[in-house]
Ligand binder design. Structure first.
Ligand code: TPP
Ligand code: MG
Length: 433
């Protein structure tokens, strides 16, 4: 009963826009066409004439509120919004968020020690990953950007597979041909990450359109950063999703920065959520460090996306605590105090831990045991990945073309010739034969 009340309350929280637009269009089409009537007949707008010159203020949609369920001490603010998740589920949230954090620390250090080539941490954004992943169905298709490892982890992607991809060893499904953090898993419906920003957005919309045509109970979720939202592909994706009425959730992680570009230089409007109404998309802004707020927003958006075949835009406000990647030093463009604030005072892991402690679901002893156990799990997996051989060198030429074209064939032969003569200068014993 309470759940259905929550849902009804919830549906009101999204900015209602797209219905008004499509109803307006229908009315316009139904009107009998007459050039004598003093009403606008333009096919591209449903509006009235005015006789006073007035520009629309760019801040007409300004200060979109940030939905949250818990305060910073992990207390539920409004009991009607409590998702009332069972203890086991909340503990799973916490364990995933902390395991991700531990994996990040180990892999970040590995890169610093020269064991892997590159890494990107998820520090501070764990709540956006886990809250959203938990609200989806397993069959829902995920398109990520690159900083969403927690979504894959929540779905059950094993530590060994994360490590295999980052080490590019023989167990990596991508056979070592991608940079670290470019995960993908067909079985878990997680599309492989690609580096060029925002390319996943129109691809995700295309998939959502295909899913709509299949008429199954599935949706697509597409993650991207507030920086990627400046790409042309974002516009194309939003507009196609709205006009083709696709069951998709656009999930923007607004973490304050796109490498060194702060949001103050990224856009002039009220963030990403404010763009939704312009496209006719239902939109909401949530506190991304509140895992329950993220969960509620995605759950409701998912329910409505399936029921009504329409897109939703969720802007999750959060903060990128780590450097952009191992190729970045963020001390060049932001203060230590700023980072410390988010790390120490407004962290998604801290907030859910407070909540669990308040509920009597967690204590210091459990914390110590879990931290020790999770670190051991990560270390074992990391050591195993490091010991594994690299994939056969010739695999770098396969899997792109069904039949290998002659120029690739030539390159492959040239590599073999080279290795035959100079092989002793390469660590070939580290590669599978
Ligand atoms: C088309 C394109 N342009 C530039 C880059 C380089 N680049 C990689 S990540 C990044 C910043 C993206 O920021 P945001 O979308 O906010 O995601 P975040 O890293 O903050 O999670 C840039 C500019 C790229 N990968 N692709
Ligand atoms: Mg960003």
């Amino acid at each position: 009963m309470l759940r259905s009340v929550c849902r009804t309350r919830w549906s009101g929280a999204f900015f209602q826009v797209s219905r008004a637009v499509s109803i307006g269009r229908c009315l316009h089409q139904q009107n009998e066409f007459t050039s004598l009537e003093e009403k606008p007949q333009f096919p591209g707008a449903s509006a009235e004439f005015v006789d006073k010159l007035d520009f629309i203020q760019p801040n007409v949609i300004s200060g979109i509120p940030i939905y949250r369920v818990m305060d910073r001490q992990g207390q539920i603010i409004n009991p009607e919004e409590d998702p009332q998740l069972p203890k086991e589920k909340v503990v799973k949230f916490y364990k995933t968020m902390t395991l991700l954090n531990t994996m990040d620390r180990i892999l970040y250090e590995s890169q610093r020690q020269g064991r892997i080539s590159f890494y990107m941490t998820n520090y501070g954004e764990e709540g956006t990953h886990v809250g959203s992943a938990a609200a989806l169905n397993d069959a829902d298709l995920v398109f990520g950007q690159y900083r969403e490892a927690g979504v894959l982890m929540y779905r059950g992607y094993p530590l060994d597979s994360f490590m295999a991809q980052c080490y590019g060893n023989a167990s990596d499904p991508g056979k070592g041909r991608q940079m670290p953090v470019h995960y993908g898993c067909k079985d878990l419906n997680f599309i492989t990450i690609s580096s060029p920003l925002a390319t996943q957005i129109p691809q995700a919309v295309g998939s959502a359109y295909a899913i709509k045509r299949e008429n199954t109970d599935r949706i697509v979720i597409c993650y991207f950063g507030e920086g990627a939202a400046s790409e042309g592909d974002a516009h194309a994706g939003f507009n196609f999703a709205a006009t083709l009425e696709c069951p998709i959730i656009f999930f923007c992680r607004n973490n304050g920065y796109a490498i060194s570009t702060p949001t103050s230089e990224q856009y002039r409007g009220d963030g990403i959520a404010a763009r939704g109404p312009g496209y006719g998309i239902m939109s909401i802004r949530v506190d991304g460090n509140d895992v329950f707020a993220v969960y509620n927003a995605v759950k409701e958006a998912r329910r409505r996306a399936v029921a009504e075949n329409q897109p939703f835009l969720i802007e999750a406000m959060t903060y990128r605590i780590g450097h952009h990647s191992t190729s970045d030093d963020s001390s060049a463009y932001r203060s230590v105090d700023e980072v410390n604030y988010w790390d120490k005072q407004d962290h998604p892991i801290g907030r859910i831990r407070f909540h669990m402690l308040n509920q009597g679901w967690w204590d210091e002893e459990q914390e110590k045991t879990w931290r020790k156990k999770s670190r051991k799990m990560v270390m074992e997996s990391f050591e195993q990945a490091e010991r594994k051989l690299k994939p056969k060198p010739e695999l770098m030429f396969s899997d792109v073309y069904a039949t290998m074209p002659s120029h690739i064939q030539k390159q492959q032969e040239s590599l073999f010739r080279h290795l035959k003569i100079y092989g002793e200068h390469y660590p070939l014993d580290l590669y599978e034969k």
